[in-house]
Design a protein around this ligand. Sequence first.
Ligand SMILES: NC(=O)c1ccc[n+]([C@@H]2O[C@H](COP(=O)([O-])OP(=O)(O)OC[C@H]3O[C@@H](n4cnc5c(N)ncnc54)[C@H](O)[C@@H]3O)[C@@H](O)[C@H]2O)c1
Length: 361
Amino acid sequence: MIKSIRLKASSRSYDIKVINNTLSDVLKDAAIPGERGIFVVAAGSVMRYHEDYVRNAFSVFPQGYKLHVLKASERQKNLKTVESLTGYFSANGLDRRSIVFVIGGGVLGDTTAFAASVYQRGTDFIHIPTTIMAMTDSAIGGKSGVNFGKLKNYIGTIRQPLMVINDLRFLKTLPKEEVANGMGEVLKYALIKESRLEKYFSGNPEILRNDKELADIITRSVKVKKHFIEADEFEYGERKALNFGHTFGHAIEGSMNFKVKHGLAVVAGILCASSLSARLGLITPERLSRIIRMTELFHIRKIIRDIDPDPVIKLMKGDKKNSNGKIKGVMIAGESDIKFDVVITEEEIREIISHVKSFYL
Ligand SMILES: NC(=O)c1ccc[n+]([C@@H]2O[C@H](COP(=O)([O-])OP(=O)(O)OC[C@H]3O[C@@H](n4cnc5c(N)ncnc54)[C@H](O)[C@@H]3O)[C@@H](O)[C@H]2O)c1
């Protein structure tokens, strides 16, 4: 075990483990009673490389387990997939005492956790995330859900997992572009709370293949997320900080029909929100320049150039974080402050998008 971090949310406390190649030991230690059914929902892309390892690990359960392998991409993150998953649960005898293990990235994690959360009014699940995005962010904190048309994560729940097992082994087969994608949310953590993560955006991206560095990135990110969830599990206030970059980011992602990766859309959103923070006088031009430099790792020139303000504004108006008909977003302030529920006008969105495009002329 590299690390075990206890997250104490108001609804449930649970461990977030960071391990390397010891999944069967962790499953054995979890001491899950024999009468609880074990259902594993796993991404095909992960099982292609790790099937023997996964099957060997789950063989520790005397009650056996059922394995359901599926393909999940952002465009399948919808109610149709939830219906098919709950259909599978029902046809295979999953009951409320069963535990669903989800092995995959954020898309499969969000969709399956949502299906489990609503199945028979709530079934327990354990996340075994396999991408940097999922290990640092989506598997932590209990938010699950699916897209609704072009509206991102519009239908969902907040229900905490029983445990999260971050096994570095899975990252060995993660495609290079998915490493950059996952680092988008890590950039968010660096800017809202943990500036020690900034060093990972200044140098050679190959550093991100090193287990020691990855364990550091994951544990520091998990601790930032833990901080906000423990303070405000249901997002009435402080947890909103985690949405930094997401009001713009989700709208950019939806406006491009989810063809752009979530983490990269978030980086584009971070650039917009940081520029707006500078325009509002909340951060200095010098901090904005530093942030622009940190985004170079992500190669988002094409995404920025392709942003079309009209559909972005339309989707921002439909964002679930708005209230009283006003678009609201999170801004950064000074070197380490955050301001949430900042009202953003349509005119500001147009100006900011055009300003951010000018960085890439
Ligand atoms: N619930 C939350 O709080 C929260 C937070 C952040 C992001 N999210 C969601 O997470 C999603 C993005 O997740 P993601 O970036 O993990 O994308 P993803 O789930 O699409 O995974 C990326 C790709 O990598 C493949 N893959 C996954 N693990 C692999 C491995 N170990 N080896 C080889 N291939 C592997 C997947 O099959 C997929 O093709 C978005 O839908 C976003 O909305 C949710």
